[in-house]
Design a protein around this ligand. Structure first.
Ligand code: FEO
Length: 177
């Protein structure tokens, strides 16, 4: 059984992951409006990853006998000044999420909830990858800025990104059995 503090904090993170998904989907829409469908694809894949993160929290809260509470998550921004500005937003957002995950790790340790600590380890590692990937694409967008040819090449490269689901959520697996 989850204690109340952890249940509350995990629900907050579930909702933060839902917001992240909306933020990246909004960036995808903006990139489509800029005629950069490869960049838009990169963002759509990112949005799917965030949905998968939200579902991990969803399943975990239920598995521990907690109650899932979906709350208002607010509307994401809808426009950015440039591709570089959008990717700067991605990086700053991911750094913020890393801070939220680390706060959860501290809380789980303070509450001596070893199962929650173990569950969170995946997210600690995932955030390293998330920040690394955001830094790489930001640096590429900066290099391409001001050069339409370079931007189009990058757009082609980003069109090949595909979504790889993390280990399938337990409840989804059960539903298919
Ligand atoms: Fe769910 Fe991009 O962190």
């Amino acid at each position: 059984m989850l204690n109340e503090k952890i249940e509350h904090a995990f629900n907050a993170q579930l909702n933060a992951e839902r917001y992240s998904s909306d933020l990246y989907l909004s960036m995808a829409a903006w990139f489509y409006s800029q005629n950069l469908p490869g960049f838009a694809n990169w963002m759509r894949v990112q949005a799917k990853e965030e949905d998968a993160h939200a579902n991990k929290f969803f399943d975990y809260i239920l598995a521990r006998g907690g109650k899932v509470i979906l709350s208002e998550i607010g509307a994401p921004p809808g426009r950015w000044d440039s591709p570089t500005a959008a990717f700067e937003n991605v990086l700053s957002h991911e750094r913020k999420v890393t801070g939220l995950i680390h706060d959860l790790v501290d809380l789980a340790a303070a509450e001596k909830d070893h199962s929650a600590s173990s569950f969170l380890r995946w997210f600690v590692d995932e955030q390293v990858e998330e920040e690394e990937s955001a830094e790489r694409v930001l640096s590429q967008a900066r290099m391409a800025s001001g050069s339409p040819a370079a931007l189009l090449m990058l757009d082609r490269e980003f069109s090949t990104r595909t979504f790889t689901p993390p280990a399938q959520a337990r409840r989804e697996t059960q539903a298919q059995e």
